[in-house]
Every structure is written in structure tokens, then in C-alpha cells.
Design a protein around this ligand. Structure first.
Ligand code: ZN
Ligand code: ZN
Length: 431
């Protein structure tokens, strides 16, 4: 593979990369092919087909390779590739793509923010097992559709499919988003009493569920999970989950704090103090917020105040216009939480306030939104991915923008989906 790089392929067109990829997969095997594939700056459908065929020839079943691509789409939010896989599957397998690929599609569409498409695929599946139901219920949960989750759960029971622990965790997370945690626990506690699932299984399911979410579990889910572990005398279970989470994501300070609280609750003061010291020593690192979106099959990424995008001039022009129109629509920059330093006169204050506002206006979400408005056809939905929780100010700006521009705006943040439409959000401002 080095040879190709040395020959100056870096920076080559996607077509030349694909030709090389095909040669390497055929001549040097899939492993080296994978290296070329990972190096490709851009991947087209031919490249994906080469990889799928390569996997299948190497004994991985077609369904498994399709599902692994779909889960890659879910993680990155690349719905256009996901749609291509959908088309490919229908062409290769037929209208009924089978339970496994069907479930992969439901999961992919839901995690890419297309809950409607997920529902269509799910309803058209002639056979559905508990995994498929879990994908659908989990998808609705991520989108905060608490009522639909209850309806879906009832249909599942009605069709005679036996729920498992994952089903209940999906229910629990749906209710934690809609502020109905108690109802979630009512279902969750039926695990043992009605459905006979033992605590070992609960532990396994918690981990599988947390790992399967494209989101970090939020404080509400974790807090209520551990609160309940405590009240139900399952402190050990809580500790075990927490320990595994800390190992899984050692930089996540939230997990450390929760685990140390857990220790403190169960009287293990020494362990709790030790963890607190570790936390103090390490300090809290702040991850920079980034917002990204796919336009024309390409990923565009923004950080706050970003000026690195090739279309920066156009984006900032749109941003100015957007802020003006949002203000007319009732948007008031949320500067109340900001401290104004060093201003004694009225003019000073105005100047300081303008600076604070400017910082708010160039949050990564707003830059992504401005870019989305310039680069997608009017009236089409805009999908944005944010690695952290969306801030209050951007949340209210998005609401007004959805109304002013008559666009559906879907933001997947660290904890959930926000679907903005006609001036309001699917989360009902609860997040
Ligand atoms: Zn913001
Ligand atoms: Zn929201």
C-alpha cells in the first residue's frame, strides 16, 4: 500500500483511489484493502461495493457486512450512505431484506434522525423479532416520543413478542427524556416480577444498552438508574455498571462523580475519597464543542468562531442576515448568564454586550445552521450533529429559525434528538 501512497496517490481523485482499492483487495487481500479504504479521503458507492464483495468473498456473510456498514452510518450520521445500503440491499436481497438487515436499517434511520423512515421500514418488515422491536422502541425513545413508545410496547406484547431487559431500558430512557421516570421504573420493575428476568441479566442489559446508544447516557438516566439501584438494595449492581463505565470512558468525569457518590452511599468512604482525589488531580478537561453536518455526501465541521471553512465568507454573510431575521422573529440573545467585565459607562457596557453577543452568534450550531441554509434547497430539512449538549441560546435560536425559514431542523446532541418545527422543539424544552 505504501507504494501507492509513494506514487502520489494522496490527493488523487476518488476514482483513482477506487481503482487502487479494487486492485489491492483482489491482489493483496482484504486486510490491506481495508487500509487503503481507511485512507481514502472520500468514498463512493463503487468503493463500498468493492468492500462488501471483498467481505463476502472472505466468508463474512452479506447481511453481516451490510449491518456493519449501517452501524458505521449510525455513528457518523451519514444517512446518504445508509440510504445507498438500503437500495443495495433491496436490489440484492429483494423487497424483504430479512430481519437482520431490516433491523440495521431501522436503527440507522433512527440514529441519523430520520425516525419517520425508520417507522416505514419497521412497519414493512414481514417478520420482526425482539431485536427489531428494541431497535424501533429505542429509536422512538431517542427522539423523546414517550407516547409512541408506550403504544409500540403494547403492540409488541399484543403480537406475542416477549420483551427483554433492553426493551425496558429503552422504555426507561424514553420516560427520562419526557420527565416520566416513575412510569419507566414501573415497567422496569416488572422485569423480575412479571417477565422473570434476573438481576445478572439486568446488569448485562444495562451495559449493552448504554453501549448501544449513540448518546452518552445523561444524568437523568444514570441518576435514576443508580438512585433506584440504591433504593432497591442493588448497590453492588450499580457499582459494577459504574466501574465498567469508568473503564470504558476514563475521561468522562460525570461517571467518576457518580461512582464516588455510589461508594459514599454504600459506606465505602475510603474508595469514595480516593476517587475524588483522582478527579481533583486530573482536573476537568473541557472538550471543544463541534457541530457537523453532511451536505452532498461530505462532512462539514464547525467549532465556535470557526473561520476555516472554504465558504466562510458566505456563511458569515448568511449568519448576519439570519441573526437579523431571528431577532425580528422574537429571538433575544441569552446574555443574562454572561458576566460583563470592566464596564463603567453606558457606552462601555454596550460595547461589552455586543462582544458577548458576537460570541453567542458564532456558536458552532449557529454556524452549521447558517451553512445549512446556504447549501441546502429551501424547505428541505437540516440535520446537525453536536458532540455536546446544545446550549439554551442555540436551542431558542433553532426554534425561531425553524419558524422563520419554514424548515425542519433536527439536532442530535450528546444526549438526545431535538426536532425543531414551526417554532417548537420535540423535547418540549425538557433536556
Ligand atoms: Zn450555543
Ligand atoms: Zn429541544
Amino acid at each position: 500500500m505504501d507504494v501507492y501512497v509513494k506514487c502520489g496517490l494522496v490527493g488523487g481523485t476518488v476514482v483513482s483511489w477506487t481503482v487502487v482499492l479494487e486492485g489491492v483487495v483482489k491482489g493483496e487481500g482484504l486486510e490491506n484493502g481495508r487500509k487503503v479504504f481507511d485512507e481514502m479521503p472520500e468514498r463512493n458507492e463503487v468503493a463500498w461495493t468493492v468492500m462488501i464483495v471483498g467481505y463476502v468473498e472472505n466468508g463474512m456473510t452479506r447481511d453481516v457486512s451490510l449491518c456493519s456498514i449501517l452501524s458505521a452510518c449510525s455513528r457518523s450520521g451519514d444517512v446518504s450512505l445508509g440510504r445507498w445500503v438500503h437500495g443495495y440491499a433491496v436490489k440484492e436481497i429483494g423487497r424483504d431484506v430479512g430481519v437482520m438487515v431490516g433491523t440495521g436499517l431501522v436503527d440507522m434511520y433512527a440514529k441519523c434522525g430520520r425516525i419517520g423512515a425508520a417507522l416505514v421500514v419497521f412497519r414493512n418488515m414481514p417478520r420482526r423479532n425482539v431485536v427489531a422491536w428494541n431497535a424501533m422502541i429505542g429509536g422512538l425513545a431517542m427522539h423523546g416520543k414517550g407516547k409512541d413508545v408506550v403504544g409500540m410496547f403494547d403492540s409488541m406484547i399484543g403480537e406475542g413478542v416477549r420483551p427483554d431487559a433492553l426493551t425496558f431500558l429503552a422504555l426507561l430512557s424514553a420516560f427520562s427524556h419526557s420527565g416520566m421516570v416513575d412510569l419507566g421504573w414501573k415497567y422496569f420493575n416488572e422485569l423480575e416480577s412479571i417477565h422473570g428476568i434476573n438481576p445478572e441479566m439486568e446488569h448485562y442489559a444495562c451495559m449493552a444498552f448504554i453501549k448501544s446508544m449513540p448518546f452518552a447516557p445523561n444524568e437523568v438516566v444514570l441518576g435514576s438508574l443508580f438512585g433506584s439501584c440504591y433504593t432497591h438494595g442493588k448497590v453492588k449492581l450499580g457499582e459494577r455498571i459504574m466501574r465498567e463505565l469508568v473503564q470504558m470512558d476514563p475521561h468522562n468525569t460525570e461517571y467518576h462523580v457518580l461512582l464516588s457518590n455510589m461508594y459514599a452511599l454504600s459506606g465505602k468512604e475510603e474508595k469514595a475519597n480516593f476517587l475524588r482525589k483522582v478527579l481533583k488531580k486530573r482536573g476537568i478537561k473541557k472538550v471543544p464543542g463541534t457541530s457537523s453536518m453532511y451536505v452532498g455526501g461530505q462532512l462539514h465541521q464547525f467549532i465556535a468562531g470557526d473561520k476555516s471553512h472554504p465558504q466562510t465568507a458566505g456563511i458569515y454573510m448568511m449568519l448576519d442576515d439570519m441573526i437579523r431575521r431571528l431577532r425580528l422573529g422574537g429571538y433575544v440573545p441569552n446574555t443574562s448568564s454572561q458576566v460583563l467585565f470592566g464596564c463603567s459607562t453606558r457606552d462601555d457596557c454596550t460595547e461589552a454586550l455586543e462582544e458577548v453577543e458576537q460570541v453567542l452568534f458564532t456558536h458552532s450550531e449557529k454556524l452549521a445552521l447558517a451553512f445549512g441554509l446556504t447549501s441546502t434547497p429551501s424547505g428541505s430539512p437540516i440535520h446537525i450533529f453536536k458532540n455536546l449538549r446544545i446550549c439554551q441560546d442555540c436551542h431558542s435560536a433553532m426554534k425561531i429559525a425553524s419558524y422563520v425559514y419554514n424548515r425542519k431542523i433536527v439536532v442530535r446532541d450528546r444526549y438526545r434528538f431535538h426536532s425543531f418545527k414551526q417554532g417548537s422543539c420535540s423535547c418540549s424544552d425538557y433536556w
